[in-house]
Design a protein around this ligand. Structure first.
Ligand code: PMP
Ligand code: GLN
Length: 389
């Protein structure tokens, strides 16, 4: 056949998130699979977006993002993490955190470079490293006791490693980076040129009194790394696809060399709406209440599973909960996640999609209205009963 492409990603299909959402829609199932809220965004934000459109903000935003929104992001880091970033040269706004993580990997990873990733990992990192010609080195995220495995990570981080990618709060496990972990990594990397990317899109969503952890708060990692955030997650607007990256000017300059050609500039009226809304009383209250809102959502879902054979460790952060079905069914989570979408009207994400060996574990998004969570818990109880429990 003429015109046959030679794939650069021959082993890759469509993402599990797209697949499960399509399956949920086809079967009219509750979709707790792909990570998006069904909770509406704050009213003031929607009003600000309407005003921005009516005011005629329809043309390109600056390549690096609106200065007032970048100023807000930098003030967010100085307030929350005592980290100083220059809005002009150290902060970039892109089409969701995804576009900037992808651009950073393309800009900074050279063919043959080793990139260390904790597994299971969010599905974007591996293909992005592969496209850059890098070599992915996977280390287990968790040790046998279910704690973040510091020794495992440090063991893989020798001086020749180009990049380490962290993600906290972690998707899909719902764990968070423990206190002291980043400092230990920083100490280990001293004297090397290893870069650190920290995907913190669920940043402030930390539960049970935990403290938010950011690369930005660790001075030596701040100087060798980029931290990424997402307004989609913080404000229930995943479809807006506006995210950011902060990092030292030299890294930001390299990141922007890719960003200016793959995205260039994004969502001008939406950036205007964010810049207007975030400093308002409603905006501040929304962010202050985010962690407790999601903790209550998590607790509501898990309370609905009390007395069932579903096993779980409550998520420490973010808005995903892993459920273990080993006392309900054997084997293959991919099979069961697809089956339960059809038979019980509940779509979830099989954990094996994140490169873990198939175990009967599924990930649920609890960024949902209470009624959705209650309906999902009822489906989960039915699943357990119908499998003879
Ligand atoms: N990183 C992680 C860990 C995620 O779960 C997501 C999911 N949305 C992203 C990055 C991408 O964020 P955005 O939607 O802002 O591109
Ligand atoms: N980050 C979302 C999740 O983990 C998915 C985003 C996407 O569909 N690419 O569910």
């Amino acid at each position: 056949m003429e015109g046959k492409p030679i794939s650069k990603l021959p082993d890759l299909g469509t993402t599990i998130f797209t697949e499960m959402t399509a399956l949920a829609n086809r079967h009219g199932a509750l979709n707790l699979a792909q990570g998006f809220p069904d909770i509406p965004p704050p009213e003031g934000l929607v009003e600000a977006a309407i005003s921005a459109l009516q005011e005629g903000i329809h043309q390109y935003a600056p390549m690096a993002g609106r200065p007032d929104l970048r100023a807000w992001i930098c003030s967010h880091y100085s307030q929350r993490h005592k980290a100083v970033y220059d809005a002009e040269s150290e902060c970039t706004i892109g089409a969701g955190a995804s576009s900037l993580i992808f651009a950073a990997i393309q800009a900074l990873v050279h063919p043959g470079d080793q990139v260390v990733v904790q597994s299971p990992a969010y599905d974007l990192y591996g293909p992005a490293v592969q496209l850059a010609g890098g070599q992915l080195v996977e280390v287990p995220l968790l040790d046998a006791s279910g704690n973040w495995d510091l020794d495992g990570l440090l063991g893989a981080c020798h001086a020749g490693v180009r990049m380490v990618i962290l993600n906290t709060p972690h998707n899909p496990t719902g764990t968070t980076c423990p206190t002291g972990f980043m400092d230990a990594l920083a100490q280990h990397l001293e004297g090397s040129d290893t870069l650190v990317l920290s995907d913190e899109v669920y940043g402030p969503m930390v539960h049970d009194g935990r403290k938010e952890v950011s690369l930005a708060a660790c001075p030596s990692l701040r100087n060798r790394g980029l931290a990424f955030g997402s307004f989609g997650k913080l404000l229930q607007v995943t479809g807006w696809k506006i995210g950011w990256a902060v990092g030292p000017a030299a890294l930001t300059a390299e990141l922007r060399k890719v960003h200016q050609y793959d995205v260039f500039s994004t969502g001008a009226p939406l950036q205007a709406a964010l810049a207007h809304f975030l400093p308002t009383k409603e905006g501040v209250a929304h962010l202050d209440g985010l962690a407790s809102m999601y903790q209550a959502k998590r607790d509501r879902l898990l309370a609905g599973l009390a007395g069932t054979p579903w096993r779980f460790t409550p998520a420490q952060g973010g808005f995903f909960q892993v459920l273990d079905a080993r006392d309900i069914v054997p084997g293959d989570d991919g099979h069961w996640a697809r089956t339960w979408t059809r038979t019980h009207g509940l779509a979830t994400i099989p954990l094996s999609a994140f490169c873990t060996p198939p175990t009967p574990q599924v990930r649920l998004c609890f960024a949902k209205e209470d009624a959705t969570l209650d309906a999902a818990a009822a489906c989960l109880r039915d699943i357990a009963t119908d499998h003879g429990n």
